[in-house]
Design a protein around this ligand. Structure first.
Ligand SMILES: Nc1ncnc2c1ncn2[C@@H]1O[C@H](COP(=O)(O)OP(=O)(O)OP(=O)(O)O)[C@@H](O)[C@H]1O
Ligand SMILES: [Zn+2]
Length: 472
């Protein structure tokens, strides 16, 4: 019997290690991984570190740590290896050399000896006459002999791809549908820089093909690169992946998030205390819709992922939405894991009381800075907010006197205590609870008083009641 061969989906994330990853980069990584995993395929990581000046090994390490932290573990790439390595482009020069030779042998690439100054002058002249800047083909007709002589003489040169004339380059974008570009609008472009390093168009396209990537998900900043990359692949007879160009994530200023422009990095969000589950759930809903509104783990995010649900509109980074997912992610965090998350934010709380404290405030915090706020308010000096001050001012003195009197009989028992205080002072409901909350915490909102009360302890409660009396 003939076995049906089912093509395995392979997607990839191919960042340049030139800065800390931001949410724009990470959504691309997330959707790539989710697409592969949604159909039992593989997710590959490739490091595009060909720009020696801007690339740093520390960023390569950092981006791998970021991906692991989010749960985006790749099946092929650095650390795990695979059949198509190495996965750092800086280690693939020998692979590229063979393909450069192939293009040159077929006349599809040629050395260009134009200097930066010459190229700049040409561009300026083209702009001045209203034409789009494009390489005019100066070196395209240098004879093979002359070119060889100049190369052996050590004349600096790039390698350019010879773009065929009069072709229509078409592809069906996974997000944006059918696309068509005229080859006549594309000047012969550089595929190897003067220093011998590969240009993006070239190594990115060649590696996708050699690594067996079936679907390239990337930001729409790359869409105009795609026809060039298809030309290279067609010239080399390499397999073309499908391309999907997603709308970019923009910041508050409307500009796309970018490493260069110092977008808030994942590292920055982690420092603030955002949880990986909050970030993945937030990103998965940014430009993609799920039937499910609740928090989903990576497996469920993959199961519900459908490329057909990707939107075309640019998405704006929205902290309020992120906070919504942070709230859900925090609610899903076990009590035992909260102390680690809160870290130094609990410093004001005696170590033995931290578990109890975190259990009391967990529904009232989003980030460790909020934990710090309540640690201060409950265990150090509360900073009285104006609303709390007004509550104290409006409450009868008798209320606080009764509160002090009833205290010894109801240690740690908030319900019993407030019942007794209410009866003794003749107040109930809001008029009873608000002034007590204000006196004990300095605020008119916050964690459940039934939990705060035992946490404060009789002595501190008495102190604060006396302080309240002194204030009014
Ligand atoms: N603002 C953004 N929104 C969505 N995707 C983005 C955004 N910026 C970059 N990407 C995507 O992230 C992937 C990795 O890109 P790259 O490493 O070049 O990042 P970059 O932030 O564009 O860097 P740089 O600022 O150095 O150009 C690419 O697929 C790119 O399209
Ligand atoms: Zn030239």
């Amino acid at each position: 019997m003939l076995a049906m061969s089912k093509a395995i989906v392979k997607t990839r994330f191919a960042p340049s290690p030139t800065g800390q990853l931001h949410l724009g980069n990470l959504r691309t990584a997330l959707f790539s991984a989710l697409h592969a995993w949604s159909v039992g395929g593989n997710f590959l990581l490739r490091i595009e570190d060909t720009d020696a000046e801007r690339s740093q090994a520390a960023y390569t390490q950092a981006l791998q740590a970021d991906l692991h932290w989010l749960g985006l573990h790749w099946q092929e790439g650095p650390e795990v290896g695979g059949p198509a390595g190495p996965y750092l482009q800086s280690e693939r020069a020998a692979v590229y050399a063979g393909y450069y030779r192939q293009l040159r042998a077929g006349g599809q690439a040629y050395p260009c000896f134009c200097t930066q100054e010459q190229l700049a002058a040409t561009r300026a002249a083209q702009r001045a006459s209203g034409r789009p800047p494009r390489y005019p083909g100066t070196c395209a007709h240098v004879s093979a002999d002359e070119a060889a002589a100049r190369v052996s003489a050590g004349e600096p040169h790039t390698l350019r791809f010879r773009v065929p004339a009069g072709e229509l380059i078409e592809f069906d974008d996974l997000v944006r549908g059918p696309q068509a570009f005229r080859s006549d609008d594309i000047g012969d472009f550089v595929i190897r820089r003067t220093d011998g390093t590969p240009a993006f168009f070239f190594c990115n396209a060649v590696d996708d093909a050699l690594m067996g990537v079936t679907h390239v998900w990337r930001g729409e900043d790359h869409i105009s690169n795609t026809p060039r990359q298809l030309l290279i692949l067609r010239a080399l007879g390499l397999r073309e992946p499908r391309y999907g160009h997603m709308a970019l994530i923009v910041g508050d200023d409307g500009a796309p998030l970018s490493k260069r422009h110092g977008a808030m990095s994942l590292d920055g969000l982690r420092e603030l205390g955002y949880l990986p589950l909050a970030i993945t759930n937030y990103l998965a809903r940014l430009g993609h819709s799920y039937a499910e509104d609740g928090l989903l783990d990576m497996q469920a995010l993959a199961a519900g992922f459908d490329p057909a649900r990707l939107g075309k509109a640019a998405a704006r980074f929205d902290r309020t939405q992120l906070d919504h997912w942070q709230r859900l992610a925090l609610a899903a965090t076990a009590d035992a894991d909260l102390a680690h998350w809160a870290g130094a934010a609990c410093a004001a709380v005696p170590e033995a009381r931290r578990g109890e404290f975190l259990a009391a405030v967990r529904d009232n915090v989003l980030l460790p800075e909020d934990v710090r706020f309540w640690a201060q308010a409950l265990f150090a000096e509360p900073a009285f907010e104006p609303a709390a001050q007004s509550e104290l001012a409006a409450a009868p003195v008798a209320l606080f006197e009764a509160a002090l009197q009833c205290l010894p009989a109801h240690d740690g028992d908030f319900r019993g205590w407030t019942k007794a205080v209410g009866a003794a002072a003749g107040v109930k409901g809001r008029a009873l609870f608000m002034p007590l909350r204000a006196a004990l915490t300095g605020h008119t909102h916050g964690p459940e008083m039934a939990r705060v009360f035992p946490l404060l302890g009789q002595q501190r409660v008495a102190q604060r009641l006396r302080a309240a009396l002194a204030r009014i």
